[in-house]
Design a protein around this ligand. Structure first.
Ligand code: TPP
Ligand code: MG
Length: 357
């Protein structure tokens, strides 16, 4: 762990950050440490053959989910892609329900039938977990539409990768979001790569960044550094206020970095970027170190408290592995449940398969 003094972030003075209590700040550290530990230990379990399917790790990007979700209120909603563990835990989901989902157990948040890419918690306004690149972007617009339609002052934070900006569905969503004044915020988590393809090899964009594509739709946009909690909160809050007060969409591009391969099955993880690049990010841009050192410098935490927070996260993650291992697999009879609400609820359309007309 680096203990260098960090230069104070200019965003510490933003209104949304000045009002933070020490407890709030400590919670952000705790949440980031919990997310990282959850994923470190899930990787271990994956390598031991305890779970199947995909596993896309968020390690290195934690400040984006924790910082942005921390400004959300009770009518704000979250939706994201398949790299979804961080957003789920930051939304208040428990490690137990998430780990059990990875293990395919009936106690998982999606009853063991979704796995890593499909964490869901509607009661916490967390709408997944989507595997089709860009597939969540029209859904994010739809959630925002529903809020507006019901006259609820809220918004939808819709997260996506830098690769998703080239999907047609995203552009259709942008068009409607702007045309219909929808309170949706597209947060591009720009980690520089789409699987093994760098941003430069996959996207045409002006120097200002990918978010500048918003110009074509008359939308507001911004580009910021996603590694610092203060900056992420300040920039997200501007967009949330725009959504709440003016019912207008925003594209917010946040620079970040993933330390592991695209997924645990990324056989080329060492080929499309250098070890030096990865080390540089780990050593100089790690969001956990950055925030921990900020809090040490501010006198909000001591080294002992930082260790205690890590220890607690380790214990919570270990307990979640035990919970997952001890949980049952879903019954065979549950195979066809939770596919269509209409079928589960025996409605006329569920019985006939006719949903329209
Ligand atoms: C429509 C579609 N095309 C291709 C894929 C395969 N695929 C899965 S993830 C991915 C890369 C996406 O990269 P990015 O949007 O930058 O997100 P990141 O993985 O960096 O978080 C691709 C091409 C897919 N899941 N869906
Ligand atoms: Mg990416």
């Amino acid at each position: 762990m680096s203990t260098d003094t960090v230069s104070p972030s200019p965003h510490a003075e933003a209104e949304i950050n000045k009002s933070l209590s020490n407890e709030d700040k400590i919670k952000f550290l705790r949440d980031m440490v919990r997310i990282r530990r959850f994923e470190q230990i899930s990787l271990k379990a994956y390598q031991q053959g305890k779970m199947g399917g995909f596993l896309h790790l968020y390690i290195g990007q934690e400040s984006v989910a924790v910082g942005s979700i921390s400004v959300c209120g009770e009518n704000d909603h979250i939706i994201t892609a398949y790299r979804d563990h961080g957003h789920a835990l930051a939304s208040g989901m428990s490690m137990n329900e998430c780990m059990a989902e990875l293990f395919g157990k009936a106690t998982g948040c999606s009853k063991g039938k979704g796995g890593s890419m499909h964490f869901f918690a509607p009661a916490k306004r967390y709408w997944g977990g989507h595997g089709i690149v860009g597939g969540q972007t029209p859904l994010g617009a739809g959630i925002a539409f529903a809020l507006k339609y019901q006259d609820i002052k809220g918004c939808c934070l819709c997260y996506m990768g830098d690769g998703a900006v080239n999907q047609g569905a995203f552009h259709e969503a942008l068009n409607l979001a702007s045309l219909w004044d929808l309170p949706v915020i597209y947060i591009i988590e720009n980690n520089g790569y789409s699987m093994g393809t760098s941003q430069k090899r996959s996207s045409a964009y002006p120097e200002a960044g990918l978010a500048a594509r918003a110009e074509a739709y008359g939308m507001d946009w911004d580009v910021a550094n996603g590694e610092h909690i203060y900056e992420v909160r300040a920039k997200t809050w501007e967009a949330v206020q725009r959504a709440h007060e003016q019912s207008r969409p925003t594209i917010l591009e946040l620079a970040t970095y993933r330390y592991y391969g695209h997924s645990v099955a990324d056989a080329n993880a060492q080929k499309y970027r250098t070890k030096e690049e990865i080390e540089k990010y780990k050593n100089e841009h790690d969001p956990l170190n950055l925030w921990r050192n900020t809090l040490l410098d501010e006198g909000v935490i001591t080294e002992d408290l930082a260790k205690e927070i890590q220890q607690e996260a380790n214990e919570e993650a270990d307990a979640s592995i035990k919970f997952a291992e001890d949980s049952p697999f879903p019954e065979d009879s549950a195979m066809l449940q939770d596919v269509y609400w209409e079928v589960d609820n025996d409605t006329e359309s569920g019985k006939t398969g006719r949903h329209f007309f």
